[in-house]
Design a protein around this ligand. Structure first.
Ligand code: NCD
Ligand code: ZN
Length: 447
């Protein structure tokens, strides 16, 4: 602690539990960093400091989402960088990765730089653009990855998400190219020849309901293939939205071989299973599909053991007309940013599978490490960037789609009462969300 008073915007968090452990303490933030921690942290805070009484609350590093669909450019009727940033801040996120399946596709530096700039203008969360692996997500020709990586948006993750990079030769070249650039390839693992017409998990439920099935092997065969391609290319590969017990087994095997492979699981695959299909409500339609209870159990165990590295939302807003229609015609995807922490609390913390330090690992630290962000997922220590989230672990709340910040309302958790709530999110020392309201900086260019 220096002798001089802290300058700039200062925030004093009082009586908070770091990682949910030990005794309550105070944390002073100023100039975008953690300035002091301890009972006397507030002594230099000055009269203008915003004081947060955080008794009973937990402080964690801000969450990092490796898989978000913000729909801008192209489908601003379902989400924008503005509305999606608000949803992210309310969900406790300080960085999100915006997937490339926009319109136009983010396969050029013009689009990726626009996404980064717009995110910075909004100022609620760092919106990192994901670049497409192939031109137009068509899987035929590699996109200009180097140009996107060296743009203002500094693209560090590439994915054709929504589509699989199914051609093994293209995937091999992408992996080779990515390792020379030092960037990450994230694969939507779906062998398309096995999922033609598929709308739901292939199993007894879909068979009885007459829904065309998406077999587990469509995911697992690509996970196995890409592990081998990464091994031979000496590259890293990241598996998006792991959904089956077999994928967990393959991850375990690949790690055992020393292969650089990481994986994420979504909140919905940790909570929901294919029994949700009974109503034929397309809010439950998602890629990969909701699987069986045995898969859910394996994914939870894999996350607890660190075989699955992290939680990523796959936040996928869709318009009412694209969801409220017959199951086969509906678009796949569900909202996730504002409910992620509560679903993780319900499935992993309340079950005793993870403590709050473990939540920091899977929602903040590992995702930041996987993608190489050095200002996120950092330890709660003096001098570290003040990218933080405060959580009330005892709160309960009931989800209502129209109350969420997203333009679209397609939440699968409608009317469910969930545990734990984000109370405050802080980006570089500035409060971005507090008690259910996003706090837009004055200069964000709105209105
Ligand atoms: C995503 C979307 O809507 O863009 N949909 C989904 O069901 N997950 C694409 C994707 O993540 O595959
Ligand atoms: Zn996907």
């Amino acid at each position: 602690m220096s002798d001089s008073a802290v300058t700039g915007e200062t925030v004093l968090i009082k009586n908070v539990l770091l990682y949910g452990e030990g005794e309550p303490t105070d944390v002073l933030l100023g100039d975008g960093v953690i300035v002091a921690i301890g009972a006397d942290a507030g002594k230099d805070s000055g009269p203008d400091a915003e004081v947060i009484d955080a008794a009973g609350q937990i402080l964690l590093p801000g969450f990092v989402d490796l898989h978000t669909h913000l729909r801008e450019p192209g489908r601003e009727d379902t989400e924008t960088i503005d509305s999606g940033s608000a949803a992210a801040a309310l969900g406790g996120y300080t960085a999100v990765f915006a997937m490339a399946n926009t319109s136009p596709v983010a396969d050029s530096v013009v689009v990726t730089d626009h996404v980064w700039r717009r995110g910075q203008e909004v100022g609620l969360v760092d919106v990192h653009p994901v670049g497409a692996v192939t031109v137009g997500l068509e899987g035929k020709q590699l996109a200009e990855m180097a140009t996107m990586a060296s743009g203002i948006g500094r693209v560090r993750m590439f994915s054709d998400d929504g589509h699989c990079v199914y051609d093994p030769l293209i995937m091999r070249r992408a992996l080779e190219y990515s390792s020379s650039l030092g960037v990450l390839i994230a694969q939507h693992a779906e062998e398309p020849r096995l999922t033609v017409g598929a709308v739901a998990h292939e199993g007894p439920t879909a068979a009885r309901l007459g829904l065309a099935g998406w077999p587990r092997a469509a995911e697992e065969s690509i996970v196995a293939r890409d592990a081998l391609l990464a091994r031979d290319a000496g590259a890293r590969v990241h598996i998006c939205h792991a959904s089956t017990a077999g994928t967990v087994e393959l991850m375990k095997w690949a790690r055992g071989q020393g292969i650089s492979i990481t994986a994420e699981v979504t909140p919905h695959h940790l909570l929901l299973d294919d029994s949700r299909l009974e109503t034929y409500d397309a809010v439950n339609k998602v890629n990969p599909p909701l699987r069986e209870a045995s898969d859910v159990a394996a994914l939870r165990a894999g996350l607890a053991e660190g075989i699955i590295d992290c939680v990523a939302t796959d936040h996928a807003p869709h318009a009412e007309q694209d969801k409220c229609c017959e199951f086969a015609a509906a678009r796949p995807g569900m909202l996730g940013l504002e409910t992620a922490l509560s679903i993780v609390a319900q499935t992993m913390v309340r079950t005793g599978l993870l403590d709050w330090r473990g939540v920091a690992r899977v929602m903040s630290e590992r995702p930041a490490e996987i993608v190489g962000l050095d200002d996120q997922g950092r330890p709660l220590e003096v001098g570290e960037p003040a990218n933080l989230v405060l959580i009330d672990p005892d709160a309960e709340w009931t989800v209502h789609g129209p109350d969420l910040a997203s333009v679209a309302h397609n939440t699968p958790y409608e009317s469910m009462t969930l545990p734990a709530r984000v109370t405050t999110t802080i980006l570089r020392g500035r409060i971005t969300a507090s008690d259910g309201q996003a706090r837009v900086p004055a200069r964000n260019g709105r209105g």
